[in-house]
Design a protein around this ligand. Structure first.
Ligand code: GLN
Length: 237
């Protein structure tokens, strides 16, 4: 389920959906991609296996938050029930109590998780390499970040920053893991250069839906994807 793709699609976040879709198709599985827009009925969210919440500029973010607040209770219950949610940058910030933007406007978040984000003038921009806390191989995750917001929380981080800024440029942590939620500042988009994270999400979604045995998961030829992954590491570390 691609949430408000017209507004929440900074730096090609939609590429994450294409990656998930292709990796299903290459394994002979059909993936239905559904877009959630302003006129969508919230009931369609209930059947989602994977939800993407992309990022946006402060202005779009402020507009979107008011629409997304209507979905607060439903999103919270889906998260508690183990839905896979990939929340990128502005989408990640939205999961918290509030986002205080560059003009110090307090934009109320969904509050499904207990943290907040505050923007500062100096933006945190550049390529980023992290070592993830998820049980995947390889452990590195590569991407690009561009955010004014500094996020502070006590949840499990998505990873430890090896190169770049991460959540706040201070504590060296990046992103957040809660149940099957991955919140992260990694744009770029995240999944094409990190197929192990794409497969982690697909496995979790299949396990939740079908009691799927991960051993049945066909391995794909990711030579090109990992060449890109390794090249980024080589260039930026
Ligand atoms: N507007 C937010 C910030 O600057 C999110 C940006 C984004 O999604 N890249 O922190």
């Amino acid at each position: 389920m691609n949430m408000f793709p017209e507004a929440l699609n900074l730096y090609g976040d939609r590429g994450n959906i294409i990656t998930l879709q292709k990796r299903c198709e290459w394994r002979g599985m059909k993936a239905n991609i559904v877009e959630y827009n302003f006129n969508s009925n919230e009931d369609i969210l209930k059947s989602a296996d994977i939800i993407l919440l992309g990022g946006a500029s402060d202005r779009e973010q402020g507009i979107m938050y008011s629409h997304l607040l209507n979905l607060k209770d439903l999103l919270k219950s889906l998260i508690e029930d183990g839905v896979c949610l990939l929340a990128i940058c502005g989408g990640y910030q939205l999961l918290g109590e509030a986002y205080i933007d560059a003009n110090q406007n307090v934009i109320k978040g969904l509050g499904v998780l207990g943290f907040y984000t505050k923007s500062e003038n100096k933006r945190l921009i550049g390529n980023i390499v992290i070592e993830t806390t998820l049980d995947v191989f390889p452990k590195t995750v590569v991407g690009y970040e561009n955010h004014g917001g500094r996020t502070y929380h006590g949840y499990q981080p998505f990873g430890k920053v090896l190169k770049g800024f991460g959540n706040n440029g201070k504590d060296r942590f990046e992103g957040l893991i809660y149940k099957n939620v991955i919140g992260t500042y990694l744009h770029g988009p995240l999944l094409p250069k990190n197929p192990h994270i794409a497969d982690y999400i697909l496995k979790k979604a299949l396990e939740r839906k079908y009691a799927f045995d991960a051993l049945e998961f066909e391995k794909l030829d990711d030579t090109l994807e990992y060449m890109a992954h390794e090249k980024v590491k080589e260039l930026y570390m």
